[in-house]
Ligand binder design. Structure first.
Ligand SMILES: Cc1cc2nc3c(=O)[nH]c(=O)nc-3n(C[C@H](O)[C@H](O)[C@H](O)COP(=O)(O)OP(=O)(O)OC[C@H]3O[C@@H](n4cnc5c(N)ncnc54)[C@H](O)[C@@H]3O)c2cc1C
Length: 163
């Protein structure tokens, strides 16, 4: 029977160890920091599952893989015994009036990244206020990406440690 050592218990190491263990492989995970993952990037990350929102920098391939990962995360969260907050309510990118040209530029990045038109919904100031009252009166233009989501990174680290 193989035995695997995983070095580094950030999000990647914990996920790797968890999935190997699920396959019946004996795993030992070595992490120099705390069990709660305080030294891992995921401890401070927003943990947005928002590949299209990264279109300015991400390649089409990274965006495609990121979209696939949302479904993978949904399945992983279901297999964890410790609760993890995961939401798929979309993400919203907003622009101040003076930044309007950036909004058109971002739309071009989305197109280049292979994000389909039906995956983006343009919101004006009234629609932003209706959907996100805390942003009312502050932004004139927004792009809602309904298929994106978010995790609670600290809960994921903790749940993977439990698992
Ligand atoms: C502020 C911020 C916001 C982010 N927001 C997002 C976001 O919204 N969405 C998103 O998808 N990604 C986001 N990221 C990126 C994401 O969090 C990271 O890509 C991911 O968590 C990296 O995980 P990792 O396990 O590869 O690396 P790390 O988290 O760096 O884990 C490496 C682990 O190895 C341990 N280690 C190092 N050396 C040793 C050793 N010699 N022996 C034992 N252990 C060792 C460290 O203590 C650490 O726990 C964000 C990152 C940051 C910093």
């Amino acid at each position: 029977m193989s035995k695997v050592a995983v070095l580094g218990g950030g999000l990647s190491g914990r996920l790797m160890a968890f999935q190997l263990a699920e396959q019946g492989i004996s795993v030992e995970l070595f992490e120099k920091g705390e069990r709660n993952g305080a030294q891992a990037a995921a401890y401070v990350a927003a943990a947005m599952l928002a590949p299209s929102a990264e279109a300015v920098e991400a390649t089409p391939e990274v965006i495609r893989l990121g979209k696939q990962s949302i479904a993978l995360w949904r399945a992983i969260v279901c297999r964890l015994n410790t609760p993890v907050m995961m939401q798929e309510n979309g993400s919203l990118i907003v622009w101040h009036t003076q930044d309007k040209p950036l909004s058109a530029e971002f739309a071009r990045h989305l197109k280049r990244g292979g994000v389909a038109e039906h995956e983006t919904i343009r919101w004006n100031a009234d629609e932003i206020a209706a959907n996100e009252p805390q942003l009312a009166g502050r932004f004139s233009d927004g792009l809602y990406l309904p298929t994106e989501g978010q995790l609670d990174g600290r809960q994921v680290l903790n749940a993977l440690a439990d698992a």
